[in-house]
Ligand binder design. Structure first.
Ligand SMILES: Nc1nc2c(c(=O)[nH]1)N[C@H]1C(S)=C(S)[C@@H](COP(=O)(O)O)O[C@H]1N2
Ligand SMILES: [Mo]
Length: 318
């Protein structure tokens, strides 16, 4: 059933593509995962191959970052942070497509909830529920991108597990596989990569569980097959290649705030008034642009999210 569904999606979507669209660079990833051939006769699925390879369905366009120019696909897939594949910006794009081939993927969801379970990716993120959201993503290193993500609002996914009243936070964990992720063979970070959100942040309609970008499945370097996108926070909160989501009562440990608590707080809301101890956060470089631009509070999403933090001192809770 798993495979049937994927095959179905695959044929539906690939009918819209011409041979020209299927260039090795743009299509390499999905093709390698699922397809045996792309001849004129059509497409064939490898029996038993990853059902994940075609998770992006017939998504709807949704709220966008209006008039902003999108970062080219080539930049968004060659300038990345994904320490599991190395610490240089070019490492994930160079290494992940060659080494990381997520097979059938499931996410285990548990903790303070009535209906815990390990759920296959295509059951977690249903094609008909997918939306495209053009979000700014602002790295703590003072660069940013504008990316058309495809995914499902995190709240919609979380609700079906029926979090209890004790669920105050949500903790996320990335895959930790030394065979596919050369970076985790060295203790540069305390693997696996972990992140967390307060419950109301997780339930906010802007929080997205992304499975695609630029109209297709996520590239390995962007966190295939499923990652978080929390656009009002620094990029490191947007954890990639998620294997576990747990509802917890206490604020969970997160990778960067454990590594360097003075530099990275739990909240990590984009805040031009709170400098990183080693550099200013007042401005940023949009990848592909020459001039720097001013960084906006909450990365420009203050109207939607500032109310979550009413009464908090965001210089103390940075
Ligand atoms: N598992 C994992 N997730 C991660 C990271 C990482 O190193 N490992 N880096 C984070 C950082 S610092 C940023 S800025 C974003 C970058 O996302 P992008 O490469 O898709 O633009 O991913 C975040 N998610
Ligand atoms: Mo980042």
């Amino acid at each position: 059933m798993f495979i049937e569904k994927a095959t179905d999606m695959l044929i539906r979507r690939d009918n819209d593509l011409t041979e020209n669209d299927i260039t090795p660079e743009r299509y390499f990833w999905s093709r390698r995962s699922v397809l045996t051939g792309l001849g004129a006769g059509g497409l064939a699925a490898i029996p038993g191959a990853s059902a994940w390879g075609k998770i992006v369905g017939a998504f709807q366009k949704d709220a966008t970052a209006s008039d902003e120019k999108q970062t080219p696909f080539e930049s968004a897939t060659s300038y990345n942070n994904f320490y599991e594949f190395g610490t240089e910006k070019t490492d994930p794009g160079a290494v992940a497509p060659k080494m990381f081939a997520p097979g059938p993927w499931s996410v285990s969801v548990g903790g303070e909830c009535a209906k815990p379970g390990t759920v296959a990716l295509e059951d977690l993120i249903k094609p008909h529920a997918q939306v495209e959201r053009i979000y700014r993503l602002r790295c703590v290193e003072a660069w940013s991108m504008v990316i058309p993500w495809i995914g499902v609002p995190l709240a919609e996914v979380l609700k079906r597990f029926e979090p209890t009243a004790k669920a105050k936070y949500v903790a996320f964990v990335t895959l930790n596989d030394p065979k596919q992720m050369p970076g985790v063979r060295t203790p540069i970070l305390d693997w696996p990569y972990r992140e967390g959100l307060r419950m109301d942040e997780a339930m906010h309609p802007l929080s997205l569980l992304a499975v695609g970008a630029y109209g297709r499945d996520l590239m390995p370097q962007n966190g295939a097959p499923i990652r978080l996108v929390v656009p009002w926070k620094y990029g490191f909160k947007s954890i990639k290649s998620i294997v576990s989501i747990q509802f917890v009562e206490k604020q969970p440990l997160t990778t960067w705030s454990t590594m360097a608590p003075r530099e990275y707080g739990f909240y990590s809301n984009v805040n031009p008034d709170v400098d990183h101890p080693r550099w200013s956060q007042a401005s940023e470089r949009r990848i592909g642009e020459f001039l720097r631009r001013k960084t906006l509070p909450f990365n420009g999403y203050a109207d939607q999210v500032a109310s979550l933090y009413r009464g908090m001192d965001l210089k103390a809770d940075f």
